[in-house]
Design a protein around this ligand. Structure first.
Ligand SMILES: [Zn+2]
Length: 222
């Protein structure tokens, strides 16, 4: 039988669960799932497959559609600081990657960078958190220093397709080209809508002689 000292955290958590029963992040119902989501909300996550249209991206994979539970969760994660949702995001991404054998060909994982002032405002880069979690679980190296965002841009979600392309044009830069040379790179972000942002990243990565650039996002927008 474990002593009190051996498992201080789980006993503390059990105590918290009695005093404050866990509720679903999305709908507020009581729930017991390890992800902090109730069964109803979990069941509303629809999984989808690969997708690509942009010239510099070999293949663009999205794990799910950007709606219902996933949409709510990404919003809570990005703008409301619900970092605990990383657990379900990680598991969805890892399951998807393994199912499609994506990890077997990748040399390097790179998150879509944010412009420095934006990172400070939100205090973290959500794409980087996703990418770090993937890198750790798949044992694929990550680089967060050599793809930089050099231009402040308006939020893509406010723009139509044509304006999105213009908005992100020439907004990324590679610092040390040697890091990507000959590598198969997986660019990670939360949402893929037109792919304009990731395509711009892929363009400079291919310019730095990356052999191929793929992308993986949690969700694909309409
Ligand atoms: Zn719920």
């Amino acid at each position: 039988m474990p002593s009190l000292l051996q498992k201080p955290k789980s006993i503390f958590k059990a105590f918290l669960d009695i005093v404050l029963p866990p509720v679903c992040y999305v709908c507020g119902r009581n729930c017991s799932s390890k992800y902090g989501l109730c069964t109803l909300c979990l069941n509303r996550i629809r999984l989808c497959a690969e997708y690509s249209k942009n010239p510099y991206i070999e293949k663009a994979w999205s794990c799910s559609y950007y709606k219902d539970t996933i949409k709510e969760c990404i919003h809570l994660f990005k703008y409301r600081g619900y970092i605990g949702l990383i657990d379900i995001f990680r598991d969805i991404m890892i399951d998807f990657v393994k199912k499609h054998d994506i990890h077997k060909n990748m040399d390097l994982i790179v998150p879509v960078p944010v412009y420095p002032t934006k990172k400070r405002e939100r205090t973290y880069n959500h794409a980087e958190i996703l990418a770090r979690s993937l890198s750790k679980n798949l044992v694929i190296p990550i680089d967060v220093k050599n793809l930089k965002k050099i231009k402040w841009t308006q939020s893509q979600s406010e723009l139509g397709r044509e304006k999105r392309l213009k908005n992100v044009k020439d907004s990324f830069l590679v610092v040390d080209k040697g890091v990507f040379s000959g590598k198969c790179v997986l660019v990670v972000d939360d949402v893929y809508t037109t792919g304009a942002t990731i395509n711009e990243c892929a363009k400079v990565l291919r310019g730095a002689k990356a052999s191929k650039v793929f992308s993986l996002t949690l969700a694909r927008g309409a």
